[in-house]
Design a protein around this ligand. Structure first.
Ligand code: MOS
Length: 748
């Protein structure tokens, strides 16, 4: 065992001292946190120009002409960039690493309504927006296909040229159904959903000669850097991306969209710093959305409740510009033990904006639909829904036929059911009433994979008794600053309040996208290693320093705690970090660390699970649904920070409630534009919509996954929650709604 492994094992055993406040909390609540669009430096105030992104008003065709003369002469206007005058980018738009087919004014094609087709740059935002209305645009329109549900027969396999993916079937599905004594079969649908982080997409771009600087609201500074360098055909090292705070992202900010290169192009064209912030309405279309899915599900079980066949065939919308598959059949492949499974996911190309990752892509809609079908199966079997899930518990990963690194789902069912009071449920619907309300209880299983990627960090033990930890990662409001501070502090033997943390700058060592719930699991081992290496350098300095009380000892004989190093055998032999550094040049002790997934990642599956229970009240007259309580218990490995961790799980649950009863992007069948492109009409829950949420974790370390035993928690909270609410609505009303969202009209 290496000295690092030994230290990590020791750290994993001792609970890390948590920061009980968010590292970034005070900056945020006092308005001192500078988000991408807020920066006023390093450029002079009057230098900053404002860009407005102009969008197409047709769904399919070409731009025949664009007369920009009136716009160019409008007050304050500095430049108007159109497909006819825009700087030519000397190579096709980048595919990898962003894998986005960007629209950056290199041709006149229009593939969806809302596509960026021009940029107006002016002295003020108002002037830019006003001038944009003066553009005279003529289109050559082509017939558009926008409602994919009208074209399900056109469904095709994803990819180009569109081959059937292998390995999506196990066993013999027909033989499985032949053995079944009970089956349920139905079509379950989920709508298009649109990410609406509080902070919209925002970019400030400025050039210093050939070098491009970006402040960008992103989940992936390194991704923006790679994508922009490739798109603009400039060396990677010429791009610097900074994003110290991200005001939510939910997957939308995981990749680079057209507005980023457009902003950089406008800055180049004008020779000035340019700010481009998307309006709320512009969040609906050009920056991704969760596609809608139609899921045909069939489940077969024997009389004892054992699943013998599971089938899910999915059709969803995809964009003319680019494919994206929402893997909503994912949970059917692995959530329960069934020998015979068949799933498929197909796409219908329509003239809409590109689909993309949105919180728990795949698992969110996948559990939302499968877990209603499971509830129906339990009812047909006259079996408790929890019992049905326990009977079909997957002791190993059925989709890969390999063990889990750690799984304690049964304990989640027990703990959450107990906390919820599940035993008081009436199995027969519409039996529990309270005043004018029908009361219902429902439950579902939650799941999300545990991902991990290579990451790097840099640590410095400072001469002033503090320490620094940095990594090119991001904090979406999720707690990255906080856990970086406490994880490095634990390794260095410092109080976490003595840490200085830096992230969100592409000049820092690289870290992965803050997506796929992987940041904690990826970045913390690198933080540990960097801090460990810095500590070892300090120990080395001490044993070689004739004035040190540990002179001549071995570094492995030393320990650090409370800002001091000392001999393990005799803690009186030691001194402060400040003292040893002062005697040896007074400079910070610096070390970098990197970490990546172990090789065992291909022989085992790491996955998080949970059990979600919901109580709803449905008004008998108005059919309004109130989600009064959600109780959920998760198995997510070690919880590194109670406050930031449980907050994320609660946020996910709120989104599950939103999925169940609110969110739905309506596409106008005539224009292909999202009709409800505002917070007034795209409904998300407000405080009054959310009752109490009781989220707990088992806190059982998954040490086969990483040295902290911690799996990610960003996404699992939304999974299962929608179905728990849907099943509670059925239990309350006896009405089985298979189409999300479950709005009052569907309950009439
Ligand atoms: Mo998440 S949808 O992987 O940012």
């Amino acid at each position: 065992m290496s000295i690092l492994e030994a230290a990590q094992e020791e750290t994993a055993k001792k609970p890390i001292k948590q920061l009980d406040h968010r590292y970034d909390g005070i900056a945020k609540v006092t308005g001192k946190a500078t988000y991408a669009g807020d920066f006023k430096e390093p450029f002079a105030k009057d230098d900053l120009l404002y860009a407005w992104m102009v969008q197409s008003t047709i769904a399919n065709g070409t731009i025949a002409s664009m007369d920009s003369s009136a716009a160019e002469h409008a007050p304050g206007v500095v430049a108007v960039m159109t497909p006819f005058n825009s700087p030519k980018i000397p190579q096709p738009p980048a595919q990898p690493p962003a894998r986005r087919n960007l629209t950056i004014l290199q041709n006149t094609d229009v593939k969806y309504n809302g596509q960026p087709i021009a940029v107006v740059v002016a002295k003020t935002l108002v002037q830019a927006r006003q001038a944009a209305t003066l553009l005279k645009i003529k289109y050559t329109e082509q017939p558009a296909k926008v409602i994919y549900q009208d074209h399900l027969a056109d469904a095709r396999w994803p990819g180009n040229p569109g081959k059937e993916p292998a390995g999506n079937t196990r066993g013999d599905i027909a033989a499985g159904f032949a053995k079944a004594t009970v089956t349920v079969e139905g079509t379950y649908t989920t709508p298009i959903q649109v990410h609406n982080p509080m902070e919209p997409h925002a970019t400030i771009a400025w050039w210093e000669g050939e070098k491009l600087n970006l402040y960008d609201a992103t989940q992936y500074i390194t991704g923006v850097k790679m994508s922009i360098a490739k798109t603009l055909n400039i060396p990677l090292d010429f791009v610097r991306v900074q994003c110290p705070y991200t005001g939510g992202g939910f997957g939308s900010k995981g990749s680079s969209w057209s507005h980023i290169p457009l902003c950089a192009m406008a800055a180049k064209l004008t020779g000035k710093p340019v700010k481009l912030v998307l309006d709320r309405s512009q969040m609906f279309g050009p920056v991704g959305a969760r596609p809608s899915t139609v899921n045909k599900i069939k489940l077969g079980a024997t009389a004892d409740g054992k699943l013998v066949a599971m089938q899910q065939n999915v059709i969803m919308n995809a964009a003319a510009l680019e494919d994206f598959t929402e893997h909503s059949a994912g949970p059917t492949k692995m959530l329960y033990m069934s020998e015979n499974n068949q799933v498929s996911e197909k796409l219908v190309t329509v003239n809409l904006g590109v689909s993309t990752f949105m919180r728990a892509p795949g698992e969110a809609p996948g559990t939302a639909v499968l877990e209603i079908a499971m509830d129906e199966l339990a009812e047909k079997l006259k079996m408790d829904p929890v019992q049905l899930r326990v009977i079909n518990h997957a002791d190993k990963d059925p989709s890969h036929d390999r063990p889990w690194t750690s799984k304690n789902l049964k304990q989640c069912y027990t703990q959450a059911a107990e906390r919820f009071g599940w035993s008081k449920r009436s199995a027969t619907p519409a039996q529990m009433t309270e005043g004018n309300n029908l009361i219902g209880y429902g439950m579902a299983t939650a799941t999300y994979p545990a991902n991990r990627s290579a990451a790097m960090a840099i640590a410095r033990i400072l001469p002033n008794g503090r320490a620094f930890i940095g990594s090119g990662t991001q904090d979406l409001g999720t707690g990255m600053y906080t856990i970086m501070a406490q994880t490095a502090a634990a390794m260095l033997g410092l109080d976490p309040t003595l840490m200085d943390v830096k992230l969100g700058d592409s000049t820092l060592p690289k870290a992965p996208v803050s997506g796929g719930s992987q940041s904690t699991a990826s970045v913390m081992p690198a933080v540990q290693e960097a801090a460990m290496q810095a500590k070892l350098k300090l120990f080395d300095m001490a044993v070689n320093d004739t004035a040190s009380p540990v002179h001549g000892m071995k570094t492995s004989d030393l320990e650090a705690k409370g800002g001091k190093y000392f001999a393990k055998a005799d803690p009186t032999k030691g001194e402060t970090f400040v003292a040893i550094i002062a005697r040896n040049g007074g400079k910070p002790i610096e070390a970098t660390g990197s970490a990546e997934p172990s090789e065992s990642k291909d022989s085992m599956t790491s996955q998080s699970f949970g059990a979600v229970f919901a109580e709803v009240a449905v008004d008998k007259d108005t059919h309004m649904v109130k989600v009064r309580r959600v109780v959920a218990t998760y198995d997510i490995g070690t919880l590194l920070n109670d406050k930031t961790g449980l907050n994320q799980l609660m946020g996910g649950i709120v989104w599950g409630v939103s999925f169940a009863t609110h969110e739905d992007a309506h596409i106008d069948p005539n224009t292909g534009r999202t009709v409800n492109e505002s917070f007034a009409e795209y409904h998300v829950p407000v405080n009054a919509d959310i009752g109490t949420i009781d989220a707990t974790v088992l806190n059982i370390p998954d040490l086969k996954f990483n040295p902290l035993g911690a799996r990610g928690i960003g996404e699992i909270g939304i999974t299962g929650a929608a179905a728990a609410v849907a099943n509670a609505i059925y239990n309350a009303t006896g009405k089985r709604i298979r189409e999300y969202p479950i709005t009052p009209d569907k309950l009439m």
